[in-house]
Write a protein that binds this ligand. Structure first.
Ligand code: DLL
Length: 429
């Protein structure tokens, strides 16, 4: 089932719509956002030169630094009185990125989130326990808007309160849980401790996002909670959750709602646009946003696009699960590694819990990397063997040998109950 016919429209019709919408948004930002007027003029482009998405590569990209430099509202395209809501995403450094929504933007958000929930298999008669944080973070309210649009029943519990989460999952019988992948696993662990078998409950779907989730992590979620795990992607600067989502039927790539958000993949070094099937940085252009439209926004997220047909019938382009960000890249003694590559490698080893941490140190001018893994509760072998297997697997899969591998007891890696999980600890500064 699809929520909106646009999801299955022909690619030609979709392209016509995108072309028209791009012309409109370029005109709007040219007229209303001095930053974009200057950027476009510098590139020798007037709105009349843009006839469609084929012209996008000529348009300069927008970066996170551009947003920070114009904090808080320098990229807004409407006067304050037209804003209905503000969200902000806290970066690791400096000022947060502030985003403003008009009534029209909130309607768009409701729409793409309703589509997303339907793609995940949620229906109007279901209950959704929403364990994304409410507040400035877009996760909680984004899912909430979508449930409301779909007319499903939302339980706005937000992040944390694990005891209450488990109690409600049992007593209210929610069919869907929405939360980060790390929190889904955290809930599973706490449920196991309390002797609650989540597989016995009506819960059948977890819509996870806001953090990368590798295949072994997804398998752990699906198995421990007895659910179908559906990956949802989005970012505050573009709308929040609801830019793209997997369909429950195929769970094979995320359908990008490209009538609203036009995706491109670029080489992060040269900004050259890469063809379908090649991995690079995702760049998004909002085609209808009013409050804070963005042209060619560099998300920092690494992925691949592909356009072959999907068994669910949706015709949209799909993107691979985001497994890394350009700024997550670890450069250790000349070796380039994404934490997600390390995750996928170690979590695939039997006897290891889906938990780990990566610590970077500097000793005598040299970078050192230490990996900590956690022994599974049901592993009764020798921890030394486990350590050995982790080392060998990292070496054979990634040609990488960490300076140290630590194996800790079950529960030995500190868990995080709220927010986005932190797994890399850089002590080098
Ligand atoms: O995390 C929006 C969101 C909320 C998405 C709930 C899904 C579910 P921000 O806080 O602005 O917005 O962070 C956006 O989080 O650029 C990615 O690096 C990362 N991210 C979001 N979804 C995924 C995902 C929300 N499914 C940043 N897989 C993005 C991997 C994700 N990374």
């Amino acid at each position: 089932m699809v929520w909106n016919d646009i999801e299955t429209t022909s690619r030609d019709d979709l392209r016509q719509l995108q072309d028209k919408r791009l012309q409109d948004v370029v005109t709007r930002v040219y007229e209303n956002v001095p930053f974009y007027a200057d950027r476009l003029k510098e590139a020798g482009i007037t709105p009349g030169d843009v006839t469609g998405v084929a012209d996008l590569p000529a348009i300069p990209t927008t970066t996170k630094e551009d947003l920070r430099d114009h904090y808080p509202d320098g990229l807004f395209a409407v006067p304050d009185e037209q804003l209905r809501c503000i969200h902000a995403s806290s970066g690791t450094t400096g000022k947060p990125k502030v985003v403003g929504y008009t009534r029209g933007d909130l309607d768009t958000w409701r729409e793409v989130m309703a589509r997303s929930l339907v793609a995940a298999g949620v229906t109007e008669d279901q209950t959704v326990q929403n364990a994304y944080g409410y507040g400035l973070f877009t996760g909680g309210l984004g899912v909430h808007h979508g449930c409301d649009e779909l007319r499903a029943t939302v339980v706005p519990i937000g992040g944390g309160q694990t005891h209450r989460q488990l109690e409600f999952l049992q007593d209210l019988g929610s069919e869907t849980l929405t939360c980060t992948p790390s929190y889904a696993l955290y809930l599973a662990e706490r449920a196991e401790e309390r002797g609650i078998d989540l597989k016995d409950l009506p819960l059948s779907t977890v819509v996870f996002g806001a953090e990368p989730c590798t295949d072994p992590m997804r398998e752990a979620i699906e198995e421990r909670l007895g659910v179908t795990g559906v990956d949802i992607y989005g970012l505050s600067e573009v709308i929040g959750p609801g830019v793209a989502i997997e369909c429950a039927e195929a769970q094979d790539g995320l359908h990008v709602w490209e009538d609203q958000f036009y995706p491109e993949i670029i080489d992060p070094e040269t900004e050259e646009v890469l063809p379908d099937g090649e991995e690079g940085e995702l760049v998004l252009t909002t085609l209808t946003k009013e409050g804070m439209p963005v042209l060619r926004y560099r998300t920092g997220d690494m992925t691949t696009l592909y356009r072959d047909s999907c068994e669910c019938g949706r015709t949209t382009v799909r993107m691979d699960n985001v497994t890394g960000r350009t700024d997550d890249l670890l450069v250790v003694r000349g070796v380039n590694l994404y934490p997600s590559e390390i995750e996928a490698t170690i979590l695939d080893i039997e006897g290891v819990e889906p938990q780990y941490r990566i610590d970077l140190h500097r000793a005598a001018e040299l970078d050192e990397i230490e990996i900590t893994v956690e022994q599974a509760a049901d592993y009764d072998g020798d921890p030394e063997d486990l350590r050995d297997r982790v080392r060998k697997r990292l070496d054979s899969r990634l040609a990488f040998s960490p300076d140290d591998v630590r194996v800790v007891e079950p529960g030995g890696i500190e868990r995080q109950e709220t927010g986005k999980v932190k797994r890399v600890f850089d002590h080098r500064q």
